[in-house]
Design a protein around this ligand. Sequence first.
Ligand code: HPA
Length: 249
Amino acid sequence: MTDSTIAIIGGTGLTSLNGLEITRREVMHTPYGEPSGPITHGVLAGREVMFLARHGYGHTIPPHRINYRANLWALKNAGISRVVAVAAVGGITPEMYPPRIVFPDQIIDYTWSRGHTLFEEDLSHVTHVDFTEPYCAELRQCLLAGAQSIGLDAHDGGTYAATQGPRLETRAEVDRLERDGCDLVGMTGMPEAGLARELGLGYATCAVVANWAAGRGEGVGEISMEDVEKNVSEGMVNVRRLLEVVIPT
Ligand code: HPA
């Protein structure tokens, strides 16, 4: 393991990484409880990486019940310094069409009642971390360059709205998110990004647009779960290709 070992946190549609030669699985217990599952250690494209399925390996943990603190704490203590977070999202603004890949550069947190900080018990002093730029510029640049090198249709930048879930949003909620300046909506971006910052980890999100958010796109009807699945599978094929070129850097 090097001091810049990367962890991939896989979301919906990415509970495993084919191409990853698994070397071992590590069960971690943390002061915050149990992570979503054991950490998978392996080699991807010749480089050591760790993988964790955010919703559990059987995809059974809904976004608001994920133990984000345990997940991030476990990865940090297993020795990583950077995280590529893969996540399915809904597209709000015109450039965020399915199944595009997007590397957001800002985030707004609309979640509540999630364990969202490591700085609340046994403190010798109150700690505030800077979060002006929530994503790691260097890691975002690696993702972008990797996407360009393999000719992926990827978009650089955008504001991610982190909503509580597990239900999808109403049309009016999405209108509000757009008025707030959001381009994408997902349910797992926070507190994950904030906790990564508290732990001093470089963190970037590779979002796959799974659907037009409520009231967006052409249909303007209900969101079809069939379409979501189809876009997620298509998008994740590209994410896997991307990770294979990005991980060695
Ligand atoms: N809203 C919130 N989260 C999502 C969506 C959405 O439309 N699609 C995929 N994850």
